[in-house]
Unconditional design. Structure first.
Length: 257
């Protein structure tokens, strides 16, 4: 069965992740000194590309380290081998493998796996979202002032047109708190899990968010761009949350803009 094999291969990739986690790492930089990559990022990505291509031979890949050019194909695997590489380098256990399968431009499967904390999030279209085989749903809080939100800052925050600071400082006094643990894929999974009530971030890539988007929508939440439309690859801002809170967070961000 396709689902079982996908899960098997991602868990095997998690073994690569776990073995390397506590060891010293070869670290290089990409776009700037904050944008890190390790040998494990590339090892996991190549492993997944090899295994997943066997499941659907005609599929294409959109992956952070080795295949980041946009693809048009019936089947596209969207992969971030380690989302939260800086955390991984510093042995902070909030990092994950993120894999989504897009079929005819629609998300079919979404998996976010943190092998260090043994959290395996899985969603399939119209079949719900799960954490370690237990069904999950977004939070039911309706009072924005009682929410816990999450966000992040782009690698190019020093030069970005929007570095997220003004949004952070404006929203923080309105809510219980805002967390910034450093993995967008896990942040989105935690919205689906009902830990966070909402999430926003600028300048994310498809491999950062596609699996998490399906997790949230299958858990009963909402994900949109700033225009309140479905998030697209070219969008600069993503806003996610429960059906109660996401519209309020979206309106708050629109007002700041």
């Amino acid at each position: 069965m396709l689902e079982e094999k996908i899960i098997k291969y991602i868990k095997e990739a998690g073994d690569i992740f776990s073995i390397a986690f506590d060891k010293s790492k070869i670290v290089k930089t990409k776009s700037n000194s904050f944008d890190l990559v390790t040998e494990t990022d590339k090892k996991i990505e190549l492993f997944l590309k090899q295994k997943l291509s066997q499941l659907i031979p005609e599929s294409q890949f959109l992956s952070e380290e080795t295949d980041s050019a946009f693809k048009k194909s019936k089947y596209v695997w969207i992969i971030d081998p380690i989302d939260g590489t800086t955390n991984f380098v510093h042995k902070f256990p909030f990092a994950c493998i993120s894999v989504a399968l897009q079929v005819d431009n629609e998300l079919k499967y979404g998996i976010v796996y943190n092998p260090i904390l043994n959290e395996f999030f899985f969603a399939s279209k119209n079949q719900g979202a799960y954490l370690n085989e237990s069904k999950i749903t977004v939070n039911t809080e309706t009072d924005f002032s009682k929410t816990l939100l999450a966000t992040g800052f782009a690698y190019n925050f020093n030069s970005a047109k929007e570095n997220n600071i003004r949004f952070f400082e404006n929203i923080l006094p309105q809510v219980h708190g805002i967390r910034r643990p450093g993995s967008a894929a896990l942040d989105l999974a935690y919205v689906a899990k009902g830990v966070y009530d909402g999430f926003w971030e600028w300048f994310l890539n498809p491999w950062d968010v596609c699996a998490g988007i399906l997790l949230i929508t299958e858990a009963g939440g909402i994900v949109s761009n700033i225009e309140k439309n479905e998030w697209r690859f070219e969008d600069k801002l993503i806003i996610a949350g429960s059906k109660n809170i996401q519209p309020i967070l979206l309106k708050t961000i629109q007002n700041i803009l």
